[in-house]
Design a protein around this ligand. Structure first.
Ligand code: ATP
Ligand code: MG
Length: 175
């Protein structure tokens, strides 16, 4: 199924709004263009949602979280950036491990299970992509999902699908 990345981000952000509002965190979406990936809508929303949830959980009140998509070397990069507590170099290498949580005492209040990022990594791998993290303690983090573009690196899958008579899903409430 061809999935429009813009809709994935939109849904993920919609589902995180209540939690963001509770901490007066602003979610800023920068949508770059109409790109499509081949995959599963709910799984992709879940992956982005997990990153946005983390950005909210590990940030202070009244900060900003940016969510954006852009072309990166023939792939789509979906980046979630926060101004939160950040991660040490050591921890950035471990956060994708199952059940890994940085300093349980520090993150106890957020009450997570430490599974979120391992699930994101799995979903991204299933879609032929990869996940990267940039972070600096006390400054914030950027988690980037890289996914192959459907229909060539110009991302013109919509036109190509139309030519082939393929129906394109734009998500559950647009079907
Ligand atoms: P959950 O299973 O509910 O998602 P979790 O958030 O603890 O629990 P992960 O999402 O896998 O689990 O994240 C693992 C750990 O990585 C977190 O406990 C936290 O210490 C750290 N982490 C994740 N995202 C961020 C972030 N944006 N900023 C700082 N630390 C983060
Ligand atoms: Mg999490």
């Amino acid at each position: 199924e061809l999935i429009p990345i813009g809709r994935v981000i939109e849904d993920a952000v919609d589902r995180a709004t209540t939690r963001a509002d509770a901490k007066s965190i602003t979610l800023q979406v920068v949508s770059g263009g109409e790109w499509y990936v081949e995959g599963n809508f709910e799984l992709l929303v879940n992956a982005v949602r997990n990153l946005v949830d983390n950005a909210i959980s590990y940030s202070n009140e009244r900060t900003q979280v940016g969510i954006g998509a852009k072309l990166d070397d023939g792939r789509i990069a979906i980046a979630v950036t926060d101004q939160g507590i950040g991660l040490s170099t050591e921890d950035t290498e471990r956060v994708f491990e199952r059940f890994y949580r940085v300093d349980p005492a520090r993150s106890r209040v957020t009450g997570g299970t430490g599974l979120g990022l391992s699930i994101v990594k799995h979903i991204v791998a299933t879609h032929g992509g990869e996940i990267r993290v940039w972070s600096k303690l006390g400054q914030g983090s950027t988690f980037t999902i890289l996914l192959p573009i459907a229909g060539g690196d110009d991302g013109r899958a919509l036109e190509q699908a139309a030519e082939q008579g393929i129906l394109i899903s734009t998500g559950p409430d647009h079907e």
